[in-house]
Design a protein around this ligand. Structure first.
Ligand code: ZN
Length: 332
């Protein structure tokens, strides 16, 4: 409950600022939609990739400014940039709530500012996307780390970005990853925005072949992959995961039954980003941005040498989906 209240308070603050900012820019956003994107040689992809980093930068600048007159100036800065050819607000911006709607919802005696109370949010159609990040670790990956052929199997910049932008997310971690990075996993678990879940012990394939992963041949081995990680994560974070994701998403109905018999729920996501071994952040981002719907569970990785483009992709996905009206949540 406490976590819910904290999160809601944050969202109210974020959405309040965002709405004021968006209201100032609505006119210019419609201009960019009609001209910049349509005239872009590669359509949305080109425009988004070129301009998406600019919009959050403007927004950050705006949100960091407290002086009211300066805020007013900054609120029109994107328009100036747009006219100058930068197109600061090219990503679609949700319409500000109409004054009539706000006035009708407010109790008598209050002003007609946008209604951002939790119950008001529930009355509106809220579209939710769940970003999930797998923290893989195989014996071969561990060896490369120990031999210092790899410095990190995750990207600290990605974690920092999620925190800075207050993006709730779910981390499916292998037990072996948690053993190698206990401080990180504990730290994430203690941050109410993140949920830590089970992704097997050493990322072996429950079904084979599975992208060259080690194979599990007995049900005992399969159960151990799950229970060993449950114990590691419980000891580290203080609570046992409730969700399990299969390595490589390789499984059958029998494997599902093993997971549920151990009291966990299978979660394999429903929007595979394709970030593993990809170096194309724009391609990953556009796939997620174009196909995300309410309830999408996006499968990604926590960065590192096997997912080098993921941090940049996430930095495109977050502002673009927020601009489309989505909110981010961790899996319940
Ligand atoms: Zn994985």
């Amino acid at each position: 409950m406490v976590r819910y209240i904290e999160k809601t308070a944050f969202e109210q603050r974020y959405q309040s600022t965002e709405k004021r900012f968006s209201a100032n820019l609505g006119f210019f956003a419609s201009l960019t939609r009609s001209s910049v994107i349509k005239n872009s040689p590669n359509g949305n992809l080109d425009a988004l990739v070129r301009l998406a980093p600019v919009a959050p930068a403007c927004q950050d600048f705006y949100m960091a400014t407290t002086h009211e007159k300066f805020r007013s100036f900054i609120s029109v800065l994107p328009a100036i940039l747009l006219i100058a050819g930068f197109g600061c607000t090219v990503t679609p911006i949700p319409a500000a709530p109409s004054p009539m709607h706000s006035a009708r919802q407010e109790p008598p005696g209050t002003d007609a500012s946008p209604d951002i109370r939790p119950e008001a949010r529930q009355r509106k159609t809220i579209r939710t996307v769940y970003l999930t990040f797998d923290a893989d670790m195989t014996p071969a990956m561990k060896r490369r780390l120990e031999e210092k052929k790899v410095s990190f199997w995750y990207d600290q910049g990605l974690v920092d970005y999620l925190r800075k932008e207050n993006v709730p997310a779910t981390i499916f971690t292998t037990g072996m990853f948690a053993e190698l990075y206990p401080v990180l996993v504990k730290d994430l678990a203690e941050d109410g925005r993140f949920s830590i879940q089970n992704h097997s012990y050493d990322h072996a394939g429950f079904e084979s072949p599975c992208y060259g992963l080690n194979e599990l041949s007995t049900d005992d081995q399969r159960r151990t992959e799950i229970t060993k990680t449950q114990a590691i994560l419980k000891a580290l974070t203080g609570y046992a995961p409730t969700l399990f994701r299969f390595p490589g998403l390789c499984k059958n109905a029998h494997d599902d039954a093993i997971v549920t018999s151990l009291g966990l729920q299978v979660n394999d996501g429903n929007l595979v980003s394709g970030d593993a071994f990809s170096h194309d952040a724009a391609r990953i981002a556009m796939h997620v941005i174009d196909t995300a719907v309410d309830g999408s569970v996006v499968v990604m990785h926590l960065g590192g040498p096997n997912a080098t483009a993921t941090p940049r992709a996430v930095m495109l996905i977050v502002p673009a989906l927020r601009a489309k009206g989505f909110v981010f949540e961790k899996l319940p």
